[in-house]
Design a protein around this ligand. Structure first.
Ligand code: CP
Length: 335
């Protein structure tokens, strides 16, 4: 169904395809998976740190019989140039056209993490690094989190939600901003919002003034929610979003209007320290289910009592990254 496809944004996958992947992940989780990827290889390139994505990708591919090479871009690659027609008389020693082309000669899949924080939002949302690898690679590209999307996290979140709630249609997801000392990427809330909208959930996004998600991505979510019979609302009050929510998904992200200007962003977020999940707030939900992609700032984004509560799904979410990744690799490689 998705053989040979890039996994770069959740937007390119239908609800049926998302459910197909989570169903395969559930089967592999329950029944085992064999070694269908013997002789296949995965090249991973990290421009930014990672724990869950790095380890789940590596162990998923290796446990299916394949081999993995894990590269930190700044340590292992020649400094890259990205612009078309670049005159390379500066610091860059290699063009992404050549790096992606050569990696395609060696590997069956290329996976990229690149959370570019430079420039204004109009520039950053072009997602230059991952899009350039897509353009110049002849093998499928996996997005391990970019400026705009974190699709593999969203697939794992779909699996976790299905395990917990059964059918997702009509269930209420509160996707809430939380205070964080740094401006985090928008990729996780974008991926989760797209997934929930495609799968027919009633999604309420809560954030302080100025923390709107990317306008085009939000429009895509609204379109998907309308098509699936779900809904999408945006409010500026965390408590309003949490009211009778079947699951609360906490994330933190930067203000796009200040993208690339950290001092202005810091000043903007300072008044919003009370955007923190507490047990009192979670008491207003339907069941106290709590999700977060991690890493999480304890007692800043959410209190220990929430993170470690019986309703906290965050360990299962992280664990499901492995099961979904096996399913995605097997599907994309036709194994
Ligand atoms: N959720 C997630 O992508 O975690 P890492 O940044 O540790 O990979």
């Amino acid at each position: 169904m998705i053989q040979g496809r890039d996994v770069v944004t959740l937007d390119t996958f239908s609800a049926e395809e998302i459910r197909h992947v989570t169903a395969r992940a559930r089967r592999m989780k329950a029944e085992g998976h064999g070694r269908p990827l013997v002789g296949r290889s995965l090249a991973m390139v990290f421009f930014d740190p990672s724990l869950r994505t790095r380890v789940s990708f590596d162990i998923a591919f290796s446990s299916l019989g394949g081999s993995v090479i894990d590269m930190a871009a700044t340590r292992d690659l020649w400094p890259l140039a990205f612009g078309e027609g670049a005159v390379m008389d500066g610091l860059a020693d290699e063009h992404v056209r050549d790096a992606a082309g050569v990696l395609s000669e060696y590997a069956d899949l290329i996976a990229i993490r690149a959370l570019d924080r430079e420039g204004d939002w109009a520039q950053a949302r072009q997602d230059l690094v991952i899009v350039s690898f897509q353009l110049h690679s002849s093998v499928p590209i996996f997005n391990m989190e970019s400026v705009l999307d974190h699709p593999c996290q969203a697939f794992a979140d779909a699996l976790t939600l299905e395990e917990e709630l059964g059918t997702l249609e009509g269930k209420k997801l509160a996707l809430t901003w939380g205070w964080h000392p740094k401006a985090r990427p928008l990729a996780v809330p974008h991926g989760v919002g797209l997934m929930a909208s495609k799968l027919g959930m009633r999604t309420t996004i809560a954030h302080p003034e100025g923390y709107d998600l990317d306008g085009k991505t939000l429009a895509t979510m609204r379109h998907a929610a309308a098509a699936s019979g779900g809904s999408l609302d945006v409010v500026y009050d965390m408590d309003e979003a949490l009211e009778q929510a079947d699951v609360v998904y906490a994330a933190s992200w930067g203000a796009t209007r200040h993208h690339g200007r950290p001092d202005a962003e810091q000043a903007h977020r300072q008044p919003f320290r009370d955007w923190r999940l507490t047990t009192d707030r979670m008491a207003h939900t339907n069941g106290g289910r709590f999700m977060h992609a991690m890493p999480i700032r304890r007692n800043v984004e959410a209190d220990d009592a929430v993170v470690d509560s019986a309703g906290s799904l965050i360990r299962r979410q992280a664990g499901n990254r492995l099961h979904v990744q096996r399913a995605l690799f097997a599907e994309v490689l036709g194994a």
